[in-house]
Design a protein around this ligand. Sequence first.
Ligand SMILES: C[S@@+](CC[C@H](N)C(=O)[O-])C[C@H]1O[C@@H](n2cnc3c(N)ncnc32)[C@H](O)[C@@H]1O
Length: 461
Amino acid sequence: MGKEQLPADFVSRMQELLREESDDFFASYDMPRAQGLRLNLLKAERAAEPVRNILRDFRLSPVPWCGTGYYYDETVRPGKHPYHTAGLYYIQEPSAMSAVEMLDPQPGETILDLAAAPGGKTSHIASKMAGRGLLIANEIHPERARILSENVERMGISNAVVTSAAPDELSRRFPGCFDRIMLDAPCSGEGMFRKDPGAIDEWSPSHVELCVSRQWDIVQDACAMLKPGGTLAYSTCTFNEDENEKLVQRILDRYPELELRGMKRLWPHRERGEGHFVAVLVKSAEGASAAERVHAEAESKRGGKPKRGDKPSAERSALEAFKAWAEQDLPGHVLPPGAPLLFGDELYWLPAGEGWSWSEHQLRGLKILRAGLHLAHLKKNRIEPAHALAMASKPEQAARTVDLSPDSAEVSAYLRGETLSVPSEYKGWALVTTDGLPLGWGKSSGGQLKNHLPKGLRQFK
Ligand SMILES: C[S@@+](CC[C@H](N)C(=O)[O-])C[C@H]1O[C@@H](n2cnc3c(N)ncnc32)[C@H](O)[C@@H]1O
């Protein structure tokens, strides 16, 4: 793609920004795109053989700024592999991996990913949290939120609540609540022109202005939700300064309690990846603003924190039924800190962050797509384990497993939703895995394994 195909205003802005480097920058549009994937540590840490296999078969080479990130050979299709279905890795543009590295999430923290779909940064954060603490992954657009929720499930994330709310709706509920916030802002996408030529048609100076004003609205909500001492990573996939450095300066001017700790740009003519911008800001330990203090006081007056042991009996009895099921079929499963929550006949395990408790006010009326780990569907007089529970389990926790080689006919049959043959002594729920990585459930009896892969996830190729 030549300079001629790019909007003239964009070309002149980039020439002004990059001066003598701009020729190299425009030449990068004719270079092949870098393809990347990032290992999911929730799975990869105990999957030495599958990791060895993909290092070799996908000809992986390391992404310099992300310890779990790799470039893959453009001739391979990792999105079609059963290891992808099993959540061993997430396909992600390499430059985009820089943002969560700079946010530096820690296990046990309470973290918000404010503009999260389709889930690249959410899964990166969860990988670093190692199942400990609480992650809220939010996406304003309902359809994109659904895809985010599916990715959370596929990656086996057990400590994430997926919501679909506007940022101001969240900041009313969660003032001063988060140790870290990822704000991967909607932007004019200039860094994606090479990957997604459709973004070129959408670009105009007035669209950039609209993005800036939207970013400013969202960032104010993000700042209000940071705890004193908390960290905000603000990122975009665009080049212009109005959406990047100038927006960060505006934050610093408006919020003196925030300090800039780092700022990084990735350029397609300097690195193997698309354009990306990340800034990291830290709120001072005393840093609750007057507005947040008012919110916090109102919140504490509201009271309404559910007391321990205060769970309605329907939830208690659903949990008892689940535990009785797990004793038989998933005896190694351990529930992390949290509480049961029922949505109709669906039983979830709502994670509790360390030093965090949910109040009724925070949850009431909030659009929640996934209230933590989906444990089970309640049926008349029985329990059916949820697909998410399979994806978050380990084979050694299950009473029965059926392991299928990733290149076997059986694995394709399972992923198409077909019944499999199993040893005749098998009776009950079995965790179906590929090289030890869970793919879903099957229910065995009489030498047959009835397929319980959700219909929407079945793959017909
Ligand atoms: C750059 S994308 C996020 C990519 C995601 N973080 C990832 O790594 O997969 C920005 C997201 O912001 C969402 N968005 C658009 N308008 C928004 C708004 N006014 N408030 C919050 N999010 C918005 C978009 O739907 C989009 O999913």
